[in-house]
Design a protein around this ligand. Structure first.
Ligand code: GDP
Ligand code: IMO
Ligand code: MG
Length: 421
């Protein structure tokens, strides 16, 4: 069981990029299994912050292989921009970044369709990142998708054109103006760049290497509460963000999975629309946003902020089979006199511990109040040296969920990470 998974338990942006980077020295392959350029995974070292969208967060470790798996949707224009931003010679990157033949492509027209669908939704917009994610996955499951392996076809340009015409005929029914030309230029340049990389049936690579005792870390994007099945539908993304998604998104068996790390913020955030029971539309919410720098890594939008939601966390732990919990942004809570944790909901006045089916249900959170702490914890290196009130908060979470919190992140830098012995 050489394959571990790391995924988000909330609404995304839990700090996956930072922690995957911090864990990478213990792995041989880091593989993204779903999502696409809607993701923004930040990581920091030597006082420089990097934000990755499509490229796995192990890329800054020169001796590791990074895989973009079949479950990911790739926009070649975004890929090209991201590769150039890495600043490393392409020849060097091509030795350690491998792309699945079976990953679906996001076409420029998928982005236009995304924008057209969103603008037609009036007051019930999803709040999509507008990167073309929904339309690309729709074409994939509708068996109309273009895949990375197709770019080597001698008639790729005409195959592209026939897909584009399908999209243009759909767009005729939307009153939506657009210009594809500029984006298409970058897109085709990106396609040429992808050809310089190893494009393989990566399911063989991953299974073979894991079979030889190499360690694989599967990196999730988004979060469980944005999962297409178990998130707050329809305010979700279009992929399977859960541990099962790692199996379909990389071509691995559930039998091969070892640890399933669930990462969560010490509070909650959400970007885009949809239910958020513990949201704080007051000064406390504004304080969390300011102290935690809660602005989207991909779109720059302010993130909605609120207290930790335990019913949602427990739901995510159950769906994913989480074996270890990782808590991030504990440092952001320093200085709050009291910290609230939602332990159940009132749904239409009745106490409820389950996540309701409908996003329209009115949910009122029921809170427990815990004592806060004042100390700056960003330079703490050992669990035992953390403030007592923070340790009580962590124990409260462990007792409620039955899962150990084995890592606490106290700052954005790779070094600001406490692994509990
Ligand atoms: P991801 O999408 O899950 O990788 O998370 P993002 O990168 O979108 O958002 C997490 C943000 O919090 C980034 O700006 C990180 O640099 C930052 N971050 C991660 N862990 C910590 C932490 O423990 N403390 C603080 N203060 N910031 C953190
Ligand atoms: P990472 O990997 C936070 C949200 C969008 C929107 C909904 C659907 O950085 O955690 P989409 O573009 O998929 O059609 O948007 O999902 N969303 C994210 N929120 N973090 C992300 O990724 C997200 N990816 C998508 O804001 O509400
Ligand atoms: Mg993010």
């Amino acid at each position: 069981m050489n394959i571990d998974i790391l995924l988000g338990l909330q609404w995304g942006d839990e700090g996956k990029g930072k922690i995957v980077d911090a864990l990478s020295p213990g792995y041989d392959i880091i593989a993204r299994f779903q999502g696409g350029p809607n993701a923004g995974h930040s990581l920091e070292f030597n006082n420089v912050k990097h934000v990755l969208h499509l490229i796995p967060s192990g890329i800054f470790h020169p001796d590791k292989l990074n895989v973009i798996g079949n479950g990911v949707v790739i926009d070649p224009a975004v890929f090209m921009k991201e590769i150039f931003e890495l600043g490393s010679p392409i020849e060097e990157l091509t030795r350690r970044l491998i792309i699945s033949t079976r990953a679906n492509l996001i076409m420029p027209s998928h982005r236009i369709l995304d924008a057209a669908y969103e603008s037609s939704k009036g007051n019930s917009k999803i709040g999509s990142t507008l990167k073309g994610i929904g339309p690309a996955y729709t074409d994939k499951t509708g068996r109309n998708g273009l895949r990375v392996g197709d770019i080597f076809h001698p008639d790729f340009a005409s195959i592209y054109q026939s897909h584009l015409e399908n999209h243009l005929s759909i767009l005729k029914s939307y009153n939506f103006s657009f210009d594809l030309k500029e984006y298409e230029k970058d897109w085709f340049e990106g396609v040429e760049l992808i050809k310089r990389f190893r494009v393989e049936n990566t399911e063989y690579l991953i299974n073979n290497m894991a079979g030889q005792g190499k360690k694989v870390l599967a990196e999730g994007a988004q979060g469980t509460m944005l999962d297409v099945d178990f998130g707050s539908y329809p305010f979700v993304t279009s992929s399977s963000t859960i541990s099962a998604g790692a199996c379909t998104g990389l071509g691995i068996s559930p039998k091969a999975i070892g640890e399933i790390y669930g990462i969560f913020k010490a509070y909650s955030t959400r970007v885009g629309s949809g239910p958020f029971p513990t949201e704080l539309c007051d000064q406390t919410g504004a304080a969390l946003r300011n102290i935690g720098h809660e602005f989207g890594s991909t779109t720059g939008r302010p993130r909605r902020c609120g207290w930790l939601d335990l019913p949602a966390l427990k739901y995510s732990i159950m769906i994913n089979g989480i074996t270890q919990l990782f808590m991030t942004k504990a440092d952001v809570l320093s200085g709050f006199k009291t910290i609230k944790v939602c332990t159940s909901y009132l749904v239409h006045g009745e106490e409820c511990y389950e996540i309701p089916f409908s996003s329209n249900f009115e949910i009122v959170p029921v809170y427990s109040e815990l004592e806060g702490w004042d100390e700056d914890i960003s330079s703490v290196k050992e669990y035992d040296l953390l403030p007592k009130a923070l340790k009580n908060f962590i124990e409260f979470i462990e007792n409620s969920t039955g899962v150990p919190v084995t890592m606490i992140s106290v700052g954005p830098d790779r070094e600001e990470t406490i692994f509990r012995k």
